[in-house]
Design a protein. Structure first.
Length: 235
């Protein structure tokens, strides 16, 4: 279990670094900065988990911090998708995002001593955020964007399905029954790690398509008159 957690944490670090590099190369693409922050929070939760398993860190509020980081990551993932697709006004959503983040911390704090209830709340919010993010990526896409955005959305839905699977196990536990943490989470972490790799790769493809579309649009406009040039007429 320790080895699996370490491998998953390492993959999360790789995903985070890759996403940050893509953001720094394309700083004007909306949503990339939020996705980078989301992935940074996600990897922080994994590193914290490995430190606890190895006995480097202990304390009653580890679970609160870990769950808060994971839930905040999911909320920001959705916000990044909304910005990337240009839905709504970013300024109007800031208070909503802040309220959602504070609610995630409050939920984690209230459920810190109740394992089953913690899974029920945490996983339900994760499933909702992942599903909403996938729908946002696919909503009203152009035909040429469907395959590219669909890759990222597909891996998000797979991750949501895996988390929903864990949620159903927690839901069916009898009172006082222990959650099969070590027996179940090894396979669960593997699925989540692979989906995370696919999600980041899909986002990179989506960003690449967005940048290419912007470059193509700029190349078809005369910089002096701001009218369509010969390239636009030949396209």
């Amino acid at each position: 279990f320790l080895t699996m957690s370490t491998v998953v944490a390492a993959l999360a670090v790789i995903n985070t670094l890759a996403l940050i590099v893509v953001w720094r190369i394309n700083p004007t693409v909306p949503g990339l900065n939020v996705w980078s922050l989301s992935q940074t929070l996600h990897v922080s939760g994994w590193i914290l988990a490995v430190m606890v398993i190895q006995g480097v860190m202990r304390g009653p509020f580890y679970t609160v911090i870990n769950n808060s980081l994971n839930l905040a990551s999911m909320i920001l993932m959705l916000e990044g998708a909304l910005r990337f697709r240009g839905f709504g006004r970013m300024g109007a959503r800031r208070l909503l995002v802040l309220a959602a983040l504070l609610t995630a911390v409050a939920i984690s704090l209230l459920n810190r001593d109740m394992v089953t209830r913690r899974y029920l709340w945490h996983d339900a919010i994760c499933v909702l955020c992942l599903t909403a993010t996938a729908l946002t990526m696919m909503w009203r896409t152009a035909p040429q964007e469907r395959v590219v955005h669909g890759m990222a959305a597909g891996f998000m839905l797979l991750m949501a399905a895996a988390i929903f699977w864990r949620w159903t196990i927690a839901l069916t536990l009898a009172e006082g029954q222990r959650f099969p943490y070590y027996e179940f989470n090894g396979m669960f972490f593997t699925i989540v790690a692979l989906c995370g790799l696919g999600w980041v790769y899909g986002l990179m493809l989506s960003v690449n398509m967005r940048v290419r579309q912007e470059v193509q649009a700029v190349s078809q406009i005369d910089p002096l008159t701001e009218l369509s040039n010969r390239r636009h007429l030949e396209a």
